[in-house]
Write a protein that binds this ligand. Structure first.
Ligand code: ZN
Length: 538
C-alpha cells in the first residue's frame, strides 16, 4: 500500500495497551504502521510527504464523547458571552448585556449565555429587574452555564404568559421571592420562552458547526458526539450537519445523538425518513438517542435519593417511571443505543430500571446503552451497571469547574465519590470523558488534569481515591470515547487500520508537572493524515 504521509521524530502515545512510537506511516487517511523513524522511512515512496514532530508529544485525537457542538457554535456566533472567563460580578455581566442592547434594534432579543452564579462576586442569580434596567427596550434571555436554567426579563415573561399565579409545570420550577417572579426558570419552565426565541436556520447551524468545530480542532479534538441533536431547532439541526458535510464545512468527525424525548423528539421523524442505527460516513455518523430524566447537581435539580445540603429538596424528575420506561422501549426496540441524561442517584435508578425492563422484554446483544453524566451513584448501582452492560459518560471537567459548587450543594462525603473515575475503571465500566461543552469549556486538558489530580480549578482536592494514571485518563478521552459510540474499531488508538487522527501537544503529558497539565495546549491537529490546524510558528 502506498504510504501517503510519514509522521516522524515524535514521542507518539499510541493507546493504553499500545505503547509509544517515534513515527507513523499513513495510507489513505489511516495508520498503516508505527515504529522508529528509520523503520517507517523504509516504507516511504517517492510521493510520500513528511510531518516532522521535532520531538514533540502526540496522542490519538481527542474523542469528545458528549458535547453540544451545534448549540455551542450558534451561541458562539450569536450570544453574549457572560461566562466566568469574561465576567466576575453582576455589574460586569449587566455591562455586557447593556452593550449588546445598544447594538440591537429596540424590541429585539438580547441572548446571553454562560453565567455561573457561584462564580459571580454576589453569589446569586441575576434578577429580572436587573435585566430590565440594563436593557429596558429589549427582550433579555440569560442562560446559565449548565443550560438547564435561565433568567428572563419582565417583558419576556409577559410574552411567554408566565405571571405571578402561573403554577410550576411538571418537571420545572418558576422561582419567586417576596416581590413575585425573580425571572429564573428551571428545566421545563423554560419551554414557553424557548418557543418564542428567533428561529435558527440551517445556514445558521452550518455556520455554527463550522466555527465551533474549528475551536474543537484547536484543542486536539478530532471527533465528538453531539449529545442532543434537535434539542433547540428540531430537524434543522440534523439537516445542518448533513449540509455541513456535503459542502466541506464539517471540521471534525461527528456522531449525532438524536433527541428522542417526550416533547423534544426528532428520533421518530428521522427514523421514518430511513435513518439506521450506527450508519453514516467516515465524517458523519448516526449514533444513540437521548432523553432527559433530571437536571443538574449545581442547579440543585438533579434527582437525588437524599436532600441537597441545607434543604429538604431532592431535585427534579423530568419523567414518571412509566414515561421513562416507554421512551426507553421505543429506542431499544428500534435497535438504537440509548444515551440517557441522569445525574443524581435517584434518576440513575429510574434509568437502570427502565433499561433492565427494556432488555428483559427484548434481549439485545451489546446494545451498549449509556448514562450521560452518571455523576452521583452508589457502588451497588455501579455493580448493577457492570452486570447489565450499561456504560457511564461522565464529565471530569464538571469536577474541575464545579467542584466547589458540589461541596456546597451535596457536602464533602457525597462529592468525594462524584464522577468517580477510579471506581468506574475498576468496575470495568470503561468510562469515556467529555466536557458537555458549552456547559464547561471544551478544553480536554482541564478534564485530564482533574482525572489525575482530582483537583478543582482553584486547587481543592475532592476525592483523591478517584485519581487515574495518565494512561488511564488519556484512554478515557480517546479509545473509551470511541467505544461509547461503537467506534472502537475506527478511532481512538493509533494502530493499523484506525484513522490517522492525532493531537500534537505543547508538552509530554507523561512527564508534565501535575500543576501544569490543565494549561497544556494543542500545537497541531491531524485528521485522516492531513494537518487541519497548527499553532503559529509550528
Ligand atoms: Zn449535555
Amino acid at each position: 500500500m502506498p504510504v501517503d504521509t510519514l509522521i516522524t521524530h515524535g514521542r507518539i502515545w499510541l493507546g493504553k495497551d499500545d505503547g509509544f512510537a517515534e513515527s507513523l506511516a499513513i495510507s489513505d487517511g489511516k495508520v498503516l504502521a508505527s515504529g522508529t523513524t528509520a523503520q517507517m522511512e523504509a516504507l516511504a515512496g517517492p510521493a510520500t510527504r513528511r510531518i516532522d514532530l521535532a520531538g514533540r508529544f502526540a496522542m490519538p485525537g481527542v474523542c469528545e464523547a458528549h458535547a453540544h457542538l451545534s448549540s455551542y457554535g450558534v451561541g458562539l456566533l450569536r450570544d453574549v458571552d457572560v461566562s466566568p472567563d469574561r465576567v466576575s460580578d453582576m455589574a460586569g455581566l449587566l455591562d455586557r448585556i447593556r452593550a449588546r442592547a445598544a447594538q440591537t434594534p429596540k424590541g429585539g432579543w438580547v441572548l446571553a449565555r454562560g453565567y455561573d452564579h457561584t462564580r459571580l462576586a454576589e453569589n446569586r442569580h441575576p434578577h429580572r429587574s436587573e435585566l430590565d434596567a440594563a436593557a429596558p427596550d429589549h427582550l433579555v434571555w440569560l442562560t446559565r452555564t449548565c443550560g438547564h436554567m435561565a433568567v428572563a426579563s419582565s417583558a419576556v415573561l409577559a410574552q411567554a404568559g408566565i405571571g405571578h399565579n402561573t403554577p410550576d409545570p411538571d418537571g420545572g420550577s418558576i422561582a419567586r421571592d417576596a416581590q413575585g417572579l425573580t425571572g429564573l426558570l428551571a428545566e421545563n419552565a423554560r419551554f414557553p420562552v424557548m418557543a418564542l426565541l428567533p428561529e435558527l436556520t440551517v445556514a445558521d447551524y452550518v455556520a455554527g458547526i463550522e466555527a465551533g468545530g474549528q475551536d474543537m480542532l484547536r484543542y486536539g479534538i478530532t471527533s465528538h458526539m453531539d449529545a442532543g441533536v434537535g434539542m433547540t431547532s428540531g430537524m434543522t439541526e440534523l439537516l445542518a450537519y448533513q449540509e455541513a458535510e456535503a459542502t466541506g464545512r464539517l471540521p471534525l468527525r461527528s456522531t449525532l445523538c438524536l433527541m428522542g424525548d417526550k416533547d423534544v423528539n426528532i428520533f421518530d421523524e428521522a427514523r421514518a425518513a430511513g435513518l439506521k442505527p450506527q450508519s453514516g460516513s467516515d465524517m458523519l455518523r448516526y449514533g444513540p438517542v437521548k432523553f432527559f430524566t433530571d437536571g443538574s447537581a449545581g442547579g440543585y435539580t438533579a434527582a437525588m435519593s437524599r436532600p441537597y445540603e441545607g434543604t429538604t429538596s431532592t431535585g427534579l424528575f423530568c419523567l414518571s417511571d412509566a414515561e421513562c420506561d416507554a421512551l426507553a422501549r421505543r429506542v431499544h426496540d428500534a435497535g438504537f443505543q440509548m444515551a440517557i441524561h441522569a445525574i443524581g442517584d435517584a434518576a440513575i435508578e429510574q434509568v437502570l430500571n427502565a433499561m433492565e425492563r427494556a432488555q428483559t422484554a427484548n434481549p439485545r446483544e451489546d446494545a451498549r446503552h449509556r448514562i450521560e453524566h452518571c455523576g452521583w451513584l452508589s457502588a451497588a448501582q455501579m455493580a448493577r451497571m457492570a452486570r447489565m452492560g450499561v456504560w457511564p459518560a461522565p464529565q471530569p471537567t464538571f469536577m474541575y469547574y464545579f467542584g466547589e459548587n458540589y461541596l456546597q450543594a451535596l457536602g464533602p462525603e457525597r462529592s468525594a465519590f462524584a464522577y468517580p473515575m477510579r471506581a468506574f475503571v475498576d468496575a470495568g465500566l470503561n468510562p469515556s470523558a467529555s466536557s458537555d461543552c458549552p456547559v464547561t469549556p471544551m478544553n480536554p486538558f482541564a478534564g485530564i488534569a482533574n482525572m489525575v489530580t482530582r483537583k478543582t480549578r482553584t486547587g481543592v482536592v475532592i476525592g483523591p481515591d478517584q485519581r487515574l494514571t495518565m494512561a488511564e485518563a488519556l484512554h478515557c478521552y480517546t479509545a473509551a470515547g470511541a467505544f461509547a459510540t461503537h467506534d472502537e474499531e475506527r478511532r481512538g488508538r493509533l494502530v493499523p487500520g484506525q484513522f490517522a487522527d492525532l493531537a500534537v501537544l505543547s508538552q509530554d503529558l507523561f512527564t508534565a508537572e501535575p500543576e501544569s497539565i490543565a494549561a497544556t495546549t494543542c500545537v497541531m491537529t491531524v485528521l485522516g493524515g492531513e494537518v487541519v490546524w497548527r499553532a503559529e510558528g509550528v
